[in-house]
Design a protein around this ligand. Structure first.
Ligand SMILES: [Zn+2]
Length: 161
């Protein structure tokens, strides 16, 4: 397997929208394998395809039972209860932000075997899932914080590069 390089902000590919996967074929399964490897090598808990430069709706998460892939994930229900949790992102090394999101979500997704299922997530999985699904729409976690904090972080990143 080829180790994919993680795209870092401000790479413009990170702000593009991804396309649906039409056919879950061997190439998609290989891509998922590469994504899982990239996530684990970089000690991440989740990764979205655009983070390795592929504009397809695929995310991988690390769970207690091992890595899971979600193809064409779509959130269909969100809990009213909101919680604030600190998030990191492999595309923003060293940056951790407190982000408000619904506590639980229900989503429609396709599995690695091409089956359409509905899942309900809570806890850390729900949090990582929502962060990664945002990536598929080109939404980065800095878009989910107040404007002034975003400005400070963008400045910090500019100075470091
Ligand atoms: Zn991220």
């Amino acid at each position: 397997m080829v180790l994919m390089e993680i795209k870092k902000y401000p790479d413009p590919i990170l702000e593009k929208k991804c396309e649906d996967v039409v056919d879950v074929n061997i190439e998609i399964n290989q891509l998922i394998g590469n994504m899982i490897e990239a996530m684990q090598k970089n000690h991440g808990v989740g990764l979205a395809a655009p983070q390795i430069g592929v504009l397809k709706k695929i995310i991988v998460l690390d769970s207690e039972k091992g890595p899971i892939a979600f193809i064409n994930p779509k959130i269909i229900k969100k809990s009213k209860e909101i919680e604030t949790i600190e998030e990191g992102c492999l595309s923003f090394p060293g940056i951790f932000l407190n982000i408000k999101r619904p506590k639980e979500v229900e989503a429609e997704t396709v599995t690695e075997d091409g089956k359409k299922i509905i899942i309900r997530l809570n806890g850390l999985l729900s949090r990582v899932f929502q962060h990664e699904v945002d990536h598929l729409e080109g939404i980065l976690f800095i878009k989910r914080i107040p404007f002034w904090r975003k400005w400070k972080i963008k400045n910090k990143i500019k100075k470091e590069h």
